[in-house]
Design a protein around this ligand. Structure first.
Ligand code: FAD
Length: 425
């Protein structure tokens, strides 16, 4: 069996794997990237956040992405019962990017992988990891199998596991742990969006509150195609009978914000279903490896945080791996796990506040405080590491406090109005 020697083996060539590969290669170390699939391949996760652009920039992968002419995304729009709350990233509190992109992931991930290859790092497609043995010094022997069933071994000083939903190291070494978020399901499709002008600006994601715990994403692409998906509890979907296409058409017909615009539109493929995606791992690093991207923890799609957490985790980990290879002592717990959990836990608080509806109270309140809106906007832009923002630093408490204050204010104004605006209650 052939044995390949490398400094770093990277498992997976999605956003996490390519960013990590580019950073380690840039520092002058050998990188060997294996990817189970042949690209382009479908994956969901089409709405990016401004913070992820910084990671792509540092990795030298930005140009390759910009050349694709993806739809520019300048904000996020939330809709409930016809009331609109619009966030524009140019208003955000944190200094940073004021836009991102809405991307078909097959094209985006291929652009990243091609960008990495242009930097001199080949991506070995249709090559899967089947076994890993770690030695005491952290180096490892990994067994690979290619599309023809040919086996090879890679001897690496370090492994970056960026295998996304493949979760290679957590599965091989029993590190998977359940998430504290309840299971959710998504049913989604790409449509030919001929009536786009009826409702939506193409330059932002729209999130529609369909029921308190069911929401819809609308992500327009530059091509006139739009991604539409419903997310809710598995029990919610059980109320609908029929094929996935029939169920999705019935859901669209039931949601006034999109019913007319999307009535009878062409679905470009049979709708897809994903469910119970929230999962975490016992640890994010070990002797000779680090996990980045979705392998570490994936929360929920509502704030489009996945690709940002994937690329930023690889940005942080890639630079730490370089320091480790140079012989420097790395405090993985502090510099990686704690840093990542700062971002993950901020998004977790926002996700939980979305589903317990505190965030609905905040988003759809009248007379919103512009300074608070700017701070929340930074979180929606992915700047969840800026602890000078109290809507990041105090994420566990600040949203519930604000929602309570808004409810109290509204109750007082209701009383002061002589109970006149009861229908608004
Ligand atoms: P991936 O993109 O999954 O890449 C991992 C790669 O590893 C894959 O190409 C895979 O083939 C490869 N691999 C797996 N196993 C092996 C193996 N054994 N050997 C070799 N290679 C292997 N995120 C957003 O940012 N915006 C959104 O709008 C958004 N919407 C979402 C909607 C839903 C319903 C869900 C479930 C998720 C959504 N996400 C979104 C999250 C997003 O899909 C992920 O967070 C993102 O793709 C993670 O990137 P990654 O590089 O970690 O993993």
């Amino acid at each position: 069996m052939q044995t390949i020697k490398t400094d770093v083996l990277i498992i997976g060539a999605g956003p996490a794997g390519t960013v990590a590969g580019a950073l380690v290669n840039k520092a002058g170390f050998n990188v060997y990237v294996v990817e189970k699939m042949k690209f382009p391949r479908f994956v969901i996760g089409e709405s990016l956040l401004p913070r992820c652009m910084e990671a792509l920039e540092e990795a030298g992968l930005l140009e390759s992405v910009l050349q694709q002419g993806f739809q520019r995304k300048t904000g996020a729009k939330f809709v409930r019962d016809g009331v609109i709350c619009d966030y524009s990233f140019s208003d955000q509190f944190t200094d940073g990017w004021d836009h991102a992109y809405q991307v078909t992931r097959a094209d985006f991930d291929l652009a990243l992988a091609n960008g990495l290859q242009a930097q001199g790092v080949p991506v070995h497609y249709e090559t899967s990891v089947t076994a890993i043995q770690f030695r005491e010094d952290g180096s490892s022997i990994t067994t690979l199998v290619d599309a023809d069933g040919q086996e090879a071994q890679v001897e690496a000083r370090f492994i970056i596991d960026a295998s996304g939903y493949g979760r290679v190291i957590p599965r091989l070494f029993g590190l998977e742990r359940p998430s504290n978020l309840p299971p959710r399901k998504a049913l989604f499709v790409h449509i030919k969006d001929e009536n786009r002008q009826m409702d939506d600006e193409p330059d932002r994601i729209t999130i529609v509150v369909h029921k308190p715990d069911v929401w819809v994403w609308i992500i327009p692409f530059a091509t006139g195609i739009t991604s539409v998906g419903f997310v809710g509890s598995p029990a919610f979907f059980e109320k609908y009978q029929g094929t996935d296409e029939e169920v999705l058409r019935a859901l669209i017909a039931d949601e006034p914000y999109i019913a007319k615009r999307m009535e009878g539109v062409a679905f470009l493929w049979e709708p897809k279903v994903l469910q119970s995606w929230s999962v975490t791992t016992e640890k994010f690093y070990g002797n000779g490896f680090v996990l980045t991207g979705n392998v570490t923890e994936f929360l929920d799609p509502v704030f489009s945080s996945g690709v940002t957490l994937a690329t930023v985790s690889s940005q942080i980990a890639g630079n730490l791996v370089v320091r480790h290879l140079k012989g420097e002592k790395v405090d993985w717990e502090k510099d990686y796990t704690e840093a990542m959990m700062q971002g993950v836990n901020t998004f977790r608080s926002y996700v939980m506040s979305w589903y317990d509806t505190s965030l609905h109270t905040i988003f759809f309140a009248e007379n919103q405080d512009p300074e608070i809106k700017r701070k929340i906007c930074s979180v929606l832009a992915g700047y969840v590491w800026d602890t000078s923002n109290d809507y990041v630093k105090d994420h566990e408490t600040v949203l519930h406090k604000l929602a309570r204050t808004i409810k109290l204010r509204d109750s007082i104004s209701y009383i002061n109005s002589g109970f006149k605006n009861e229908e608004d209650k």
